[in-house]
Design a protein. Structure first.
Length: 194
């Protein structure tokens, strides 16, 4: 398992070294200048994570800007373009706001509130990663028209995968919330039945 992970990391880094440096330099430059376009920066990060994840499951890919492409000699060619609206930034804002609201309503301790809010960010990234992986696998196995749609009309599968992100995120937050209630030091003690 670790050998496969190390191989995927090495392959992704070697194949996308320029994109990794471009993403880092773009975010550093934007932070220094103050003109950070969050959709573009988040999209670059999403592209890199996606390219790594697809390589991890054994699908070779090439990163070209925001497009993830199959190599020219691929048995099942695919092309996925992660446009700015699909980068996950909108679901990031929505879920962080919902997590903050839920945290302040449901939890008494500051540490519980902070855990929920901070964990909402990687959960959004994970949910969006699952969505992009679903779309890629559907493109490979069922074709681009099924998975993505045609022209400017997304398919039902593409739309459904977008809603699945929210289900994954909310389910994950519920799981984290359940765990936090179990770890709470002032949790009411359960009575043993004799």
């Amino acid at each position: 398992m670790f050998e496969r992970l190390r191989s995927a990391l090495r392959t992704t880094y070697n194949a996308h070294r320029g994109a990794i440096l471009a993403a880092i330099s773009t975010m550093v430059w934007a932070a220094c200048v103050g003109g950070l376009n969050l959709e573009t920066g988040f999209g670059l990060v999403a592209d890199l994570l996606f390219a790594f994840s697809v390589a991890l499951i054994g699908v070779p890919n090439v990163l070209n800007g925001t497009a993830i492409l199959s190599p020219p000699d691929a048995r099942a060619p695919f092309a996925i373009d992660i446009a700015d609206p699909c980068s996950g930034i909108r679901s990031l804002f929505a879920l962080v706001m919902m997590a903050a609201l839920a945290a302040f309503i449901l939890y008494r301790h500051t540490w519980q509130k902070l855990v929920i809010i901070v964990l909402s960010v990687p959960l959004v990234i994970l949910g969006n990663l699952v969505r992009i992986l679903l779309l890629t696998l559907a493109t490979i196995h069922f074709g681009e028209a099924f998975a993505l749609g045609v022209n400017d009309h997304p398919s039902w599968f593409h739309e459904g995968a977008g809603y699945a992100v929210y289900l994954i995120n909310f389910g994950s937050l519920l799981g984290v919330g359940w765990l936090l209630t179990k770890l709470s030091p002032d949790r009411p003690a359960t009575k043993d039945r004799a």
